[in-house]
Write a protein that binds this ligand. Structure first.
Ligand code: GUN
Length: 301
């Protein structure tokens, strides 16, 4: 008997999709400047010297310039006080040339992150972390809300494969962070999926994940998700960016892997994002889209 042939797995590369988003942002930015004189402006605030955070901040600045934005960076010392950070945010809130403010997380441990996020003007909160934006997202007021960039990027990737309406689909999100897990679940729910949020206290995580037509992994555990966690034909979105040591004698000491064991899972899924080159590139593209949206709203468009 002939073996049933499995359809080819789609490797969901974020690069061409992010480029499409960025190209629209560039075009609409040029239009906004031509019609209103308003140039979108973004301010990125970073405290301390974490190399990964510094790398993200540099690439955000580079992308902003490419989009035609004004881009400013505020590099603060690791020892900055909560009051100093708040004073800077108040200045940026009042600056009409700045439409988007992003405070790079994590902040140094002596600073209360939740308190700092609430000081950002919700209209300039391009991360979508302020309570006003969280509330707008969970209640479906998405027209004027800033949607957190990583989950918004994941939704575009999912849409590429099965479209906007997820009616009848079962989605499992592994991870319950405010940055990814919770907003991701809200977006999937809004798209009519039946959503489960799984986390470190979930009983029998593999069998919960095996129910998923759409599996989103955002836990920060290198290559945790294995082939037997995946329903055959599922869409697998890997948000993890984990730096792991290579075996001694390798060309490079470290490599970047996701939360999903890509090689193990790629033949079970119908579509899967690679790491790097999957979700990560979408996040920055969506940050640019959020900044443009904030500038348009400020310009009355
Ligand atoms: N650190 C890791 N991801 C993010 C993000 O999306 N926004 C901010 N502000 N900090 C981060």
């Amino acid at each position: 008997m002939e073996a049933a042939l499995k359809a080819e797995t789609t490797i969901l590369s974020g690069k061409p999709i992010a480029e499409r988003v960025l190209s629209t942002v560039r075009q609409e930015t040029a239009d906004l400047i031509a019609k209103t004189g308003v140039q979108p402006g973004i301010a990125v605030v970073i405290a301390g010297t974490d190399p990964a955070s510094q790398l993200y901040v540099r690439s955000k600045g580079k992308r902003a310039i490419e989009c035609g934005f004004k881009s400013v960076e505020h590099k603060l010392d690791e020892t900055v006080s909560e009051e100093e950070l708040m004073a800077l945010l108040h200045t940026l809130n009042a600056d009409p040339s700045i439409h988007g403010i992003l405070v790079q997380l994590p902040l140094p441990s002596h600073i209360n992150e939740a308190r700092i996020i609430q000081e950002i003007d919700p209209a300039k909160d391009v991360d979508g972390f302020h309570l006003i934006n969280v509330g707008k997202l969970t209640t479906g007021m998405t027209e004027t809300a800033a949607i957190p960039c990583t989950p918004a990027g994941c939704m575009i990737l999912i849409e590429e494969v099965i479209g906007k309406d997820l009616s009848g689909k079962s989605a499992v999100v592994i991870g319950r962070s405010n940055i990814v897990g919770k907003p991701m679940a809200s977006l999937l729910l809004q798209a009519n999926a039946t959503v489960t949020i799984a986390h470190s206290r979930t009983k029998d995580l593999p069998s919960v994940c095996r129910q998923a037509d759409i599996l989103v992994a955002a836990v920060g555990r290198p290559e945790m998700v294995k082939a037997n966690w995946i329903k055959p034909g599922a869409i697998v979105i890997d948000v993890g960016i984990n730096r792991v040591a290579n075996p001694p004698g390798s060309e490079k000491p470290h490599r970047i892997v996701g939360d999903v064991d890509f090689e193990d899972c790629k033949d079970v899924a119908s579509a899967i994002t690679p790491v790097p080159g999957g979700v990560g590139v979408m996040t920055i593209a969506l940050l640019m889209a959020n900044t443009l949206k904030a500038a348009k709203i400020a310009a009355g468009k």
